[in-house]
Design a protein around this ligand. Structure first.
Ligand code: MN
Length: 362
């Protein structure tokens, strides 16, 4: 039986791999100088989203294709060092919106990086959906939706930046890698693997990083730019959350944190300032998962993290309109206030007790 399953799984992987390979190699021939391309990524773009889009833009430029990076919302301050970041257009700025509308209208290709569902483009989704341009999805999230013409998709990849590297190699363009492209790629690989500590850190990840160092990437410098670039407000904000907004529920092996709208105002919170806070919970001995709730103007947003083998994406999709990776997911609560979201969490936790204990006892 096991053998059958593994053969079946292998056949499936082989089929998808072959299918995507053909599809993506066909694409290469169409990317000729003068091609009009827009590169986009998900709402609230993180280091992998910005790193992969800018690296791909740099790569296309070397092939004679001037692509524009256009994302739904602003990038955080710690990503603005990346080469090309200053020219990124954001759809929630009125002046940029006009430009993006025109560029998407004219585009031959729209490259959709680091998201598998078109709704992750938020306000930009209708524009991309109706566009006549060919859509190319390059991504590592689960369950890709059927909105693209070409897919380069592997959930085994730890980051989209890793896939961009793989694609450049697959297309025989290794010689086009340089320290600028490499630094962008390294940034996304580093953050999506939690600085090489998450279970998605495969041998291949380290192989890619070794190659990027050989190209001339200064990994220490990239790490400092991304992680050691906080404002004092942000550090005090983290101190406030850890000190006043965190509970540990030992029976559920759960660290639970919440941030109110008032907290965000009081500490002058900027885009990206809440990034990574959820991870602190996992530093507690015995902690299996960590949840962060944030009160935003458009509802309560949730972040989930877990340690292997606890599939926190199942919990997120079952109870909080979310999903994502097995150990790193997001979600939301549209049924009311932060207080009500907390109440819902406390109601559903007992339903999950046996699963938590099962995982804990493995
Ligand atoms: Mn990613």
């Amino acid at each position: 039986m096991n053998k059958f399953i593994s053969n079946f799984a292998f056949a499936q992987i082989y089929f998808w791999h072959t299918y995507f390979m053909t599809s993506i190699s066909e694409l290469k021939a169409q990317l000729i100088p003068g091609t009009k391309a827009v590169i986009t990524a998900h709402y609230n773009p993180d280091s992998d989203a910005i790193g992969s889009t800018l690296a791909f833009q740099g790569y296309l430029a070397k092939k004679g294709i001037q692509a524009t990076v256009a994302v739904p919302s602003a990038l955080s301050a710690n990503l603005k060092w990346m080469p090309g970041a200053a020219d990124i257009l954001t759809y929630d700025e009125l002046l940029h919106k006009v430009q993006i509308d025109a560029l998407v209208e004219e585009a031959d290709f729209i490259f959709c990086l680091d998201f598998s569902g078109i709704q992750r483009l938020h306000n930009m989704a209708p524009l991309v959906r109706k566009s006549r341009a060919k859509k190319v999805v390059i991504d590592h999230h689960l369950d890709p939706e059927d909105f693209g013409d070409y897919y380069y998709h592997r959930t085994i990849a730890a980051s989209t930046c890793e896939l961009i590297y793989d694609l450049i190699l697959e297309w025989g363009d290794e010689n086009l890698l340089d320290p600028s492209i490499g630094s962008c790629l390294y940034s996304g690989i580093m953050t999506d693997t939690g600085s090489f500590r998450h279970p998605n850190t495969t041998a291949h990840v380290h192989t890619v990083v070794a190659a990027l160092i050989d190209v001339g990437v200064n990994t220490n410098e990239v790490h400092r730019k991304v992680f050691d670039s906080s404002s004092i407000d942000r550090l005090k904000f983290i101190g406030h959350v850890l000190g006043q907004r965190m509970d540990y529920l030992p029976e559920y092996h759960l660290a639970f944190m919440w941030i109110t709208a008032e907290d965000l105002t009081k500490f002058n919170s900027q885009a990206g300032d809440t990034e990574g806070i959820v991870n602190y919970g996992l530093q507690i001995t015995g902690c299996v998962w960590s949840i962060l709730m944030i009160e935003r103007p458009d509802g309560v947003k949730l972040s989930f993290r877990s340690i292997e083998p606890f599939a926190v994406n199942e919990f997120a999709s079952k109870y909080f309109e979310g999903g994502g990776h097995k150990n790193a997911s997001g979600g939301r609560f549209s049924g009311g206030s932060l207080v009500e979201a907390k109440k819902k969490l406390m109601e559903v936790l007992p339903l999950y007790l046996s699963e938590i204990n099962r995982v804990k006892n493995l």
